[in-house]
Design a protein around this ligand. Structure first.
Ligand SMILES: *Cc1c(COP(=O)(O)O)cnc(C)c1O
Length: 347
């Protein structure tokens, strides 16, 4: 059962006298937590990193000029409802616009959590027709909203429809359910993902405390079914802007057989300025992991360029052109620069 603002007050996660002002936030941006996530919050800690992600805050009413309702221009790249086709070889398919939890920094916060949460059967079949008609589409990323909130029957029907399209080779599902509502990853849901084609699942986790034993169980049900699981995280002030927290998060994921894929610089969604840090700070944080932490635990730090221009890595770079042609200076993890190729020692 999803918890709303009143439930949060009942549970002591929101002071009763603040409910009225937070109602203004909730009118703009949907609010929901699961029991699992609410149970991770320490109500005595005003800076709790789990509360910061899910409990609404009046800072969300402050919109800064660079923020937008559609920060990465999904709309501009949407040829038919339910599809976003920004890159030639892959599309987003959005069959549902509800989530088990509403992250306070969500880049799609203006689209999710409204009444018309399910894409209509006509729209879904139109979206699938679009994929059928575009042979350049090699991969379909099923996202939302959260596709794991669909019934196993509906999700299975989508997987089977994609399985039947010859040019689609890869089906990727983006979800927060295994983290936010792990008991929902039941055998019937896992069975619905069975396909001859490669099916990947990408989960969203931002803090090591999200990686509970119940979550480990849910991820295990996916990986034992042969589904590769990757993760994405968002770099957030007050949640994970600390090298030790990032290290624990990525190590925890890898130890559950989850490969950290992307660490996103936060998007310019409305009312999210309090979460954002500078790119330089982000580079320093991600750079601190290089060398001392297994390469398996290193996601790419990426920015989705506002306006829909695509995602690019913005992590620290280690190689710069050297003084001579064909020569490079390459920095090691400790910060010392070396010539590449090395100087001729016989010389
Ligand atoms: C993020 C995104 C993708 C997936 O990008 P990858 O770099 O392949 O993970 C595809 N289409 C759109 C519109 C996106 O925003």
């Amino acid at each position: 059962m999803a918890l709303d603002l009143e439930d949060l007050a009942t549970r002591g996660l929101v002071a009763p006298e603040r409910v009225d002002e937070l109602r203004r936030v909730a009118e703009n941006f949907a609010v929901a937590l699961t029991d699992d996530v609410a149970g991770l919050i320490d109500p005595a800690d005003p800076a709790d990193p789990i509360a910061a992600q899910f409990v609404p805050h009046t800072d969300e009413l402050t919109v800064s000029p660079e923020e937008s309702r559609d920060p990465i221009a999904d709309e501009r790249w949407s040829p038919v409802p339910g599809i976003v086709h920004r890159y030639p070889d892959r599309v987003l398919l959005k069959p549902i616009l509800v989530c088990p939890v509403y992250c306070r920094f969500c880049f799609r916060r203006e689209q999710v959590g409204h009444e018309d949460a399910l894409v209509s059967p006509e729209e879904l079949s139109g979206a699938l027709d679009y994929i059928r008609a575009h042979p350049e589409i090699w991969e379909v990323i099923v996202t939302g909203g959260d596709p794991f909130l669909l019934s196993p029957r509906r999700l299975g029907a989508i997987v089977q429809a994609l399985e039947a399209i010859p040019h689609v080779a890869v089906i990727r599902i983006h979800t927060r359910v295994p983290i936010a509502d792990p008991r929902r990853v039941r055998p019937a849901l896992v069975t619905a993902l069975a396909a001859e084609k490669a099916v990947y699942v990408v989960v969203h986790a931002n803090h090591p405390r999200e990686l509970t034993d119940t979550v480990r169980g849910a991820i295990g049900r996916l990986t034992r079914a042969g589904i590769p699981v990757l993760s994405q995280s968002v770099l957030l002030r007050g949640v994970n802007d600390d090298p030790a927290v990032l290290e624990a998060l990525f190590r925890g994921l890898v130890a559950m057989r989850v490969k950290p894929y992307y660490l996103h610089h936060p998007d310019l969604a409305r009312g999210t300025a309090h979460f954002r840090l500078g790119i330089e700070e982000g580079q320093r944080l991600i750079g601190a992991l290089r060398g001392g932490v297994s390469g398996l635990c290193q996601p790419s730090y990426v920015l989705d360029i506002p306006g829909g221009h695509g995602k690019v890595p913005i992590g620290p770079h280690y190689a710069t052109p050297g003084p001579a042609p064909e020569q490079w200076l390459v920095e090691d993890p400790a910060g010392t620069r070396h010539r590449y190729p090395p100087a001729d020692e016989t010389g």
